[in-house]
Design a protein around this ligand. Structure first.
Ligand code: ZN
Length: 358
């Protein structure tokens, strides 16, 4: 390797290792935070609590109902007036027979035509502690818990005639939006102080730790956004290629497409390159839709702003979000639902501000 290149590579390595070490020193480690995020308490006093404050719904565990595995917990969800809304199942622990990752499924779709109420499930893969020990969550698991529950609410609040349009049966570039919005309550002061308590001492999560977590939010955002956009734009470049015009040299096509989109940086390759872009080439169903994550986040950032502008965690806000957005499924153009909620079309600024890129 020529000397000049070696020096550049060395500087990059030193910069990255240095920043990671610095961050590790400044940031509370995941292990130090876990005692404040005990699973049962986080579900009852965090995830469910936020939903009760916003939507007035209550959760009643139904030990008389049996799930498909002893780990599966089942709650009946009731409206404020006591009427039944649906069932929520939680299958939180990892086990050998389970696929990895986390997701929400609708087992029964709500439909006025068929007279069905929703039955939805959240599946996670949290390591099960030895018997008698508490389940302490990592930050990532905490975020996943709130995120997947956002999908569950989308299913539970569905109020449509045809099952085809029920709950989360919305376009791919819309479906992550309500679940991402639900993540806003993780650090919302009234919610956080209600669930984030040391599982032994009961002490609340210290404010300086909360502040440092907030301050570290933007770390790596430029890199993450650039590599993501590279992949999203590459996806679209392949998609608009006309039949019979498939290039001989895929990498040359890729380089030209990225240059044309103005997103070439030698240190930031696209998150997925043509040779291993499974989302679009391996039947994962994302072809021309890899952009959907960030588009959902545009709507999410707008909605978080809307909640903040209107007083945050209130029944009035929850009711409006439920009526105009969550309950509609795909029975009305989802963007129309967004427009009615926000009072206008989505703008990019809230997302740019959130990512520190404005
Ligand atoms: Zn999701």
């Amino acid at each position: 390797m020529p000397k000049a290149i070696r020096a550049v590579v060395l500087r990059i390595v030193v910069f990255y290792v240095g920043s990671v070490l610095l961050l590790a020193m400044l940031l509370p480690s995941d292990q130090a935070l876990r005692p404040y995020f005990e699973l049962d308490r986080t579900i009852a006093d965090g995830v469910f609590h936020a939903a009760t404050e916003l939507y007035g719904i209550t959760f009643h565990e139904r030990n008389d109902l049996k799930g498909y595995h002893p780990d599966v917990r089942i709650w009946e969800v009731r409206n404020k007036d006591g009427t039944g809304l649906g069932l929520f199942l939680g299958d939180y622990y990892a086990r050998e027979s389970k696929r990895g990752g986390a997701w929400m499924n609708s087992l029964v779709d709500q439909s006025a035509l068929l007279g069905t109420k929703p039955v939805v499930i959240n599946t996670l893969n949290i390591s099960k502690p030895p018997a008698g020990e508490p389940t302490l969550l990592t930050l990532d698991e905490l975020r996943t818990l709130f995120h997947e529950f956002g999908h569950a609410l989308h299913g539970l609040f569905s109020n449509v005639t045809y099952p085809r349009f029920s709950g989360t049966s919305v376009p791919r570039d819309f479906v992550e939006y309500p679940s991402q919005v639900n993540e806003m309550w993780i650090t919302w002061p009234e919610v956080l102080s209600n669930y984030a308590r040391h599982h032994v001492t009961g002490e609340p999560l210290p404010q300086d730790v909360v502040d440092r977590l907030e301050e570290s939010r933007l770390w790596g955002e430029g890199f993450a956004t650039t590599e993501y956009l590279g992949a999203a734009l590459l996806d679209l470049a392949w998609h608009v290629l006309e039949p019979g015009r498939v290039p001989d040299d895929a990498l040359e096509f890729e380089a030209k497409a990225l240059a044309a989109a103005g997103i070439t940086h030698p240190l930031i390759p696209p998150r997925y390159r043509t040779g291993y872009f499974q989302h679009i080439f391996a039947g994962a169903g994302y072809a021309a839709g890899y952009y959907s994550y960030i588009w959902s986040e545009v709507l999410d950032a707008e909605t978080v702003d809307w909640f903040k502008e209107n007083g945050g965690l209130t029944r009035a806000n929850g009711e409006r979000f439920r009526q105009e957005l969550l309950s509609r499924g795909n029975s009305r153009d989802p963007l129309e639902s967004f427009r009615i909620l926000r009072g206008r079309d989505a703008r990019l600024e809230p997302l740019l501000k959130r990512r520190g890129l404005e």
